[in-house]
Design a protein. Sequence first.
Length: 141
Amino acid sequence: MNADEESLVARQIQLAMIEISLGVNPVKSVHGLCTVWKEAGQRGAMTLKELTDLLSQLNRWSDDQADGWAKGYAEGWATAILRVLEERDVPVADEGHWYITTRTDLKTLAQWLDMSLFVADWRELVRAERAGSASPGSSET
């Protein structure tokens, strides 16, 4: 996470504390904070590890709980991608299942979920990742 994102996280925590001190339900305030952090991961501003570390500190998770959450969160994205491809009758080879389910980069997973609505072959996801442009219809000028 870069310095700007660290500063943003600190401001978000301060805002949540102010909300709570003003009588906002703590659960609601913390939920909003977690949502913002997850969105930062989807933008690529925060890694899965950084997101997990923040949530782990907030929720006082053990290392095993944090590892389980991180694994489940990434698996959830992969499952959604595979489900969309399946519903669209886009065949995914065993290699594709393995490749998709072993990714942990949240920005890539979010982009792949968007792309899964349009691709004709799962390999297009991999090609977009390798080309550094995981968005449908993107072109370089």
